[in-house]
Design a protein around this ligand. Structure first.
Ligand SMILES: [Zn+2]
Length: 72
């Protein structure tokens, strides 16, 4: 069966979400259509990353970490 697997990624800057093909590597280099930032993380990885940020950066990373958490 020829199933296309998708995963959801989020812009690391503004949190814009989109679905990309599981095997699509180049999409990681695309600009965000909203803010033109180039940097994506899968939603699954992002939740773990957010927890780590909250734990390891109590002051400096707080604002960004909270923003990432808010777009989950
Ligand atoms: Zn963006």
């Amino acid at each position: 069966m020829d199933e296309i697997r998708l995963r959801q990624v989020e812009c690391l800057n503004c949190g814009h979400r989109r679905a990309v093909r599981e095997d699509e590597r180049r999409s990681a280099l695309d600009e965000c259509p909203k803010c033109h930032y180039v940097g994506w993380a899968s939603s699954a990885e992002l939740s773990e990353r957010t927890r780590r940020l909250l734990r390891e950066r109590p002051v400096q990373g707080r604002k960004r970490a909270v923003h990432l958490h808010a777009v989950q």
